[in-house]
Design a protein around this ligand. Structure first.
Ligand code: ADP
Length: 352
């Protein structure tokens, strides 16, 4: 081979090596971009100038987003966006679970269009719960505050000391009612916002003992016997204050919905991988149709009875939250007129 030809080959080889390097770099860059796109939780779809889809990230290819309805909306908006129109549309998929997606499309400066698919389901669900909650709170506080206004007016119009004393007593009662609703709301939001709390080793006999001690006086006043079945050495990992709050609420209810001469019993035991805390009573019981709903906020079986006993309808919502925070649950067995047994289950590990 001539000297000239050899020089030519070396040059070409050098150029090829440079090109290969460039290609590798472009490939690596493209891989990085693809990885970044796929890591974004929002669905991203890219279309060419004709509005035809040329790229989809992982979030846009998932079962939910790939739903025919969403794809249709996405394609339509991309076609419009490729023609220069910015557009958005909310897509509601009535599950269950309910899914709400927001599809937005906009033209790109370099031609073509980009659509994003945002999953709003959690936000929509949370908003609904909040709206509901605020409506409930307003309603619950309106009752005692309204009663206070009426009683205060009556007090202003009355000269009779006996009537005045009676009205003042009623006012105190209503003020206490509003105040215990606020206390329970604060406790509920503390437990909700605080999450699982700081985990520590908690002796269940201490939790039951403390909860029982809190209610001795109330039980004596109501003529109800309070019994603590000896628990022995049994501990779980959890938040002591939250557990005391849950068990206290169960004991409080058991006393409230018992008859004079009734017995409330608190116990705890291990059942497989659970520590079970049980609070049972032989009181008025809960009708079968209400059993599923008693854990809802502000749900009461018998409003009149709950009002008489100073109930807020929040106690069992607190118990359920504490159970959830601990990775456990709470269930109830009950027969009207015979009594109720609530079981709070907390994960149990030997030696915990
Ligand atoms: P409340 O403050 O009204 O007691 P809870 O959330 O603690 O609210 O309980 C919800 C409803 O469940 C109560 O209003 C009551 O009707 C019913 N309930 C709860 N515990 C018992 C029980 N031990 N016996 C009978 N009914 C109960």
């Amino acid at each position: 081979m001539s000297l000239f030809a050899r020089g030519q080959v070396t040059r070409l080889q050098r150029e090829a090596a440079v090109n290969q390097e460039l290609l590798d770099e472009v490939r690596a860059e493209s891989h990085r971009l693809r990885t970044a796109l796929d890591a974004i939780p929002v669905g991203i779809v890219l279309a060419d100038t004709a509005g035809a889809v040329v790229l989809r990230n992982q979030a846009a290819s998932r079962g939910g987003h790939a739903d025919v309805l969403v794809s249709d909306v996405c394609n339509r908006l991309l076609a419009a966006a490729a023609g220069g129109t910015v557009a958005e549309e909310r897509v509601t998929l009535f599950g269950p679970p309910l899914q709400v997606l927001l599809v937005r499309a906009a033209p790109l400066a370099a031609g073509g269009a980009l659509a994003t698919i945002d999953d709003l389901s959690d936000r929509v669900r949370l908003d609904a719960v909040r709206t509901d909650f605020v409506a409930n709170i307003s309603h619950e506080l309106k009752t005692p505050v309204g009663a206070l206004a009426v009683l205060a007016e009556a007090l202003a119009d009355s000269d009779d000391p006996d009537v005045n004393r009676h009205l003042a007593e009623k006012m105190t009662e209503e003020a206490h009612r509003a105040s215990s609703t606020i206390d329970d709301l604060m406790e509920l939001s503390r437990i909700e916002l605080g999450g699982p709390g700081i985990p520590e080793e908690v002796e269940l006999s201490a939790v039951l003992g403390e909860s029982i001690a809190r209610h001795r006086f109330t039980a004596d006043n109501a003529g109800v016997r309070l019994e603590l079945v000896p628990v022995g050495q049994l501990s779980v990992i959890g938040d002591r204050l939250q557990l005391v709050s849950a068990v206290s609420n169960l004991i409080d209810n058991a006393i409230k919905y018992s008859n004079v001469g009734g017995t409330v019993r608190a116990s705890a035991r291990v059942a497989g991988c659970w520590a079970e805390i049980e609070v049972s009573d032989d009181g008025i019981g809960i009708p079968t149709r209400d059993l599923d709903r008693v854990f809802e906020r502000f749900y009461r079986v018998d409003r009149a009875r709950s009002r008489d006993t100073g109930g807020t309808g929040l106690g069992l919502a607190i118990v359920r939250h504490v159970a959830n925070n601990h990775g456990g649950d709470v269930t109830v067995r009950s027969h009207e007129g015979e009594g109720s047994t609530f079981t709070l289950r907390i994960p149990f590990r030997e030696g915990a």
